[in-house]
Structure formats: C-alpha cells, structure tokens
Design a protein around this ligand. Structure first.
Ligand code: SF4
Length: 207
C-alpha cells in the first residue's frame, strides 16, 4: 500500500481523516504544531495525538515513535525521541524555539481574528514542515487534518498544501473533511478513544 503522511493538528481532528485515508493508504501520523500555546496545552494535544496513533488501526505509524522504520530519519526505532526531531535541551526548550518561529511567522498579524490574515501564515509554517518531512522520508504524498476545523476554510488550506507539496516535489491530498458529516463522525471516534478536546484554536491570539 502507498504511504501517506498525515499532518495532525490534534487527536480529535485526526480520527475521521485517518479512518478515510486508511482505506486507501498506509497512514503515517505527524505532529508539527508550534502555534499551540502554552506548553502545557501543547503537551495535552500532543498526548491526544499520541494516544490516538497508538490505539487506532487507521494509523500505521507515527513520528516520533515509528513502528516499522523505513528510511534513515525513521530508523530511530521504538525509542521515544523528541517530537520536534531534535532532542537537544529537552522538549520544552525545543518547544520554545519552535513557538518563537511561529511568532515570527505571524508578526504584525497578532490582532487579526481567528480566520483572518494570521491563519494562512500559520498553516504555511506547519504544512511546509510536513511536506519537507514527507519528502525527506521518501513519502511522496501528504495530507492534513486542518480542514475539519469548524472555522477553517478548506480552499485556503488546500491551496497552501499544494504550494508546499510543489516546493518539495511531492503530492498533496486535497480534502474537505467537514463534508459528509466528517466532524460528527470524527467526534464519535474521538469519544470512543476518550481523547482530550481543546476549547480554542491554538495560539495565544485565539484565546
Ligand atoms: S487562530 Fe488558529 S490557525 Fe489562526 S494563527 Fe492561531 S492557531 Fe493558527
């Protein structure tokens, strides 16, 4: 089966997309969301991502704990390494560095409302990283769970995903996960796994 890298923003949002994609692909979960603030919230969302990846048959593998190593970067085996891919200075230090990158990428747009001009910059940072990770690991198609979000505009996310895919010479799986009751189906699966569900989009400006 062909592999697909699924950029996952949080556990609940992963459930429906992963279930659909697993009918056609071997789904590799990937969590890169430096927009999330504060660190304690990032830990909760990362925990829900990890719980779902461990429990669900829809996810074949996930980074950082890869069950069946394939390529040099993934050959880190069963040992739990930093989800940021580094490992120097501890997770919280890496989080601070990556969150700073997020803050720099949205500089000047802090006062925008959720769904305004700040969000495409946030999507670009995350999807670019996911596309690069896929390309570095010889996975030639990637997708994101982001379009399932209630306030997210799929046409913007899909266009950014395509630009990132083109940049790294891979394909992007275009989707609007809200269609056909995707959010409701996802909620049922999320409830079965008792996944942590957040109450705001992620950054400090969305609180
Ligand atoms: S509101 Fe959400 S999508 Fe927009 S910048 Fe903040 S975290 Fe990113």
């Amino acid at each position: 089966m062909t592999k697909i890298l699924l950029h996952i923003c949080c556990g609940p949002c992963a459930t429906h997309p992963a279930t659909v994609l697993s009918q056609e692909y071997e789904v590799i979960g990937y969590f890169y969301n430096p927009n999330i603030w504060p660190y304690e919230e990032w830990l909760k969302r990362y925990g829900a991502f990890k719980k779902f990846c461990e429990e669900s048959e829809a996810i074949s593998d996930y980074f950082p704990k890869i069950k069946s190593p394939l390529t040099p970067l993934l050959q880190r085996g069963e040992e739990e390494i930093s989800p940021w891919g580094g490992g120097e200075g501890g997770w919280e230090e890496e989080y601070k560095i990556e969150h700073q990158k997020y803050l720099e990428s949205v500089k000047g747009y802090e006062k925008e409302p959720e769904g305004g001009k700040r969000c495409p910059l946030c999507f670009t940072l995350r999807l670019d990283k996911a596309a690069k990770f896929a390309s570095d690991n010889l996975i030639d198609i990637f997708a994101t769970t982001l379009t399932i979000g209630r306030n997210k505009r799929p046409e913007i996310i899909n266009s950014i995903g395509q630009i990132s895919a083109d940049k790294y010479g891979i394909k992007f799986y275009e989707a609007n996960w809200k269609k056909q009751d995707g959010a409701l189906k996802g909620k049922h699966i999320s409830d079965e796994h008792e996944l942590y569900r957040q109450h705001y989009c992620g950054c400090e400006f969305s609180l």
